[in-house]
Design a protein around this ligand. Structure first.
Ligand code: NAP
Ligand code: MG
Length: 499
């Protein structure tokens, strides 16, 4: 490479950031962790070392919680008018916009998110949601029930911030998830401690710089990197934390619920999924095929709401599968930092082995691999987009969340009624999202009610709307997004006054 090659400003910024000694963001400053231990972070597109982060422990969590508590009970945050809180959140959105390309690039190097996805989905969404929550900061209100405002008294409710929130996030949407937890917590007036995932923590740390820049009071946001069972567990156990908002696996979510019982912390859990897609014979097949294949490779299948169990009316089964397979075969799979990569790597060797284990297991049990099914021989952790048929409902590939680009396609028959179809779609311990493709309004409405999930998406709807999001069954507890998401960081107080 010649010295004349110009590195873009964003690349330069990211390289400088990665070369830093990464510390913990506590009390508005970068501070040294209690232990000298570090955790190596790698680039999943190459499998190479990227940088190292501090391994925060219980001592660090204790410091961070004390700092968040102090900011909550005394100092400028607690006295700040809601409109000023709102302004700070708007400023943070502006700061993200000013650093847009650097965040896109950093996310691609750290978690393997293709830059096109970062540019068009994750980072614009983070900005949009931040502004959405900024708007709520000065609009949170209680109620004055008419019946209680009689001649002998006056009663009303107050929405008060819950206190110190512990925010624990996964590696598959690092920046978006960090913003999506911090923003409603701050809009509600809480202070917080964020513990990002060890596998991909870098954009969450980058956010620390922006939070310091825009002038949030010290201690309002604290960021502690470290291992889940150490730093994460210490946060969940800490008696000074009033609420835990967790996004991650169902296994860890269940253990968090138990640990949080110590001081009856409020808990929001956004967990795994095994979402069904039902395609009826009258569906717009072009649109459905495009969306379903898009779901298959979006984030290399590493997202909670991915539609992974596809049920297709027998009449349109062959043409739909053919369209999905054609798309999967032309997919550009490659390093996430390249602009033409449509699908990037799996996050780690361990996850890749896990995904391959499910594909090989299904094959051994008689499933047909229509396309894909193999790991890609190159550096990094790449796997092909995989379409399976001839799977049975009791196979683990149909029951477990795989978190890889694997879809199981099954059919239903002409005479099957909606209850029968819904019961097959509902045959899962999870209940996060379900997708329906039909042009018949009656079918869409009836199916939406019959499916046991937190969300139902009809004909690829969605996009802008700040609808609440969350799961039923083993997919979680509570809702994020929308007003529900903000209110989940508040406690309701009833005030009854007599005259
Ligand atoms: P995970 O293993 O459950 O980890 C999630 C976070 O919890 C990480 O920060 C992890 O730390 C931490 N953690 C681990 N053990 C802990 C403990 N004992 N106490 C407190 N924190 C602990 O999940 P993941 O593998 O990162 O993410 C994939 C999962 O997230 C999938 O199941 C996916 O469905 C789910 N997800 C759900 C949603 C949703 O909205 N429903 C969205 C995205 C992802 P370390 O990683 O640093 O150890
Ligand atoms: Mg990484």
């Amino acid at each position: 490479m010649s010295a004349a090659i110009k590195i873009s400003d964003a690349e330069k910024q990211v390289n400088e950031f990665l070369e830093r000694t990464h510390q913990l963001f506590i009390g508005g400053k970068w501070v040294t962790a209690a232990s000298a231990e570090t955790i190596d972070v790698e680039n999943p597109s190459t499998g190479q070392f990227l940088t190292r982060i501090a391994a925060g422990n219980a001592v660090d969590i204790d410091r961070a919680v004390a700092s968040a508590r102090n900011a909550f009970t005394s100092g400028p945050w607690q006295k700040m008018p809601a409109s000023q809180r709102s302004l700070l959140l708007y400023r943070l959105a502006d700061a993200i916009e000013s650093n847009f390309e650097a965040i896109v690039l950093l996310e691609s190097l750290d978690m393997g998110l293709p830059v096109t996805v970062g540019r068009h989905v994750d980072i614009p969404k983070a900005i949009e949601w931040l502004r959405y929550y900024a708007g709520w900061a000065n609009k949170i209100s209680g109620e004055t029930p008419l019946a209680s405002s009689g001649v002998t008294g006056f009663s009303f409710t107050l929405r008060e911030p819950i206190g110190v929130a512990g925010l624990i996030t996964p590696w598959n949407a690092v920046f978006l998830m960090a913003v999506n937890k911090i923003a409603p917590a701050l809009a509600a007036g809480c202070t917080c401690v964020l513990k990002p995932a060890e596998l991909a923590p870098m954009t969450a740390l980058f956010l620390g710089d922006l939070i310091a820049q825009v002038g949030f009071p010290e201690g309002v946001v604290n960021i502690v990197t470290g291992l889940g069972p150490v730093a994460g567990q210490a946060l969940v156990d800490h008696p000074g934390v009033n609420k835990i908002s967790f996004t991650g696996s169902t296994r860890v979510g269940k253990s968090i619920l138990q640990s949080a019982a110590g001081n009856l912390k409020r808990v929001t859990l956004e967990l795994g999924g095994k979402s069904p897609i039902v395609v009826f014979a009258d569906a717009d097949l072009e649109k459905a095929a495009k969306a379903i294949s898009g779901e298959l490779f979006f984030k290399t299948g590493q997202y909670c709401a991915a539609g992974t169990r596809l049920f297709v009316h027998t009449k349109v089964f062959d043409p739909l599968v053919e369209k999905i397979v054609t798309r999967a075969r032309t997919l550009k799979i490659g390093p996430s930092a390249l602009s033409d990569s449509e699908m990037g790597p799996i996050i780690s060797q361990k996850q890749l082995d896990r995904v391959m284990g499910y594909i090989d297991g299904a094959r051994a049990q008689g499933a047909t691999v229509v396309t894909g099914g193999g790991r890609i021989a190159r550096e990094g952790y790449f796997v092909e987009a995989t379409v399976l048929t001839n799977t049975r409902a009791d196979m683990s590939v149909r029951q477990d969340e795989i978190f890889g680009p694997v879809i199981c396609v099954d059919r239903f028959e002409d005479g099957d009624d909606l209850d029968k179809i819904a019961s097959r779609a509902n045959d899962s311990i999870y209940g996060l999202a379900a997708k329906i493709w039909t042009r018949d309004l009656g079918t869409a409405h009836q199916m939406a009610r019959k499916l046991h999930t937190g969300s139902v998406i009809v004909n690829g709807g969605g996009g802008e709307s700040p609808l609440p999001f969350g799961g039923v069954k083993m997919s979680g507890m509570g809702r994020e997004n929308g007003l529900e998401g903000v209110l989940s960081y508040t406690e309701l107080k009833s005030v009854a006054m007599g005259f």
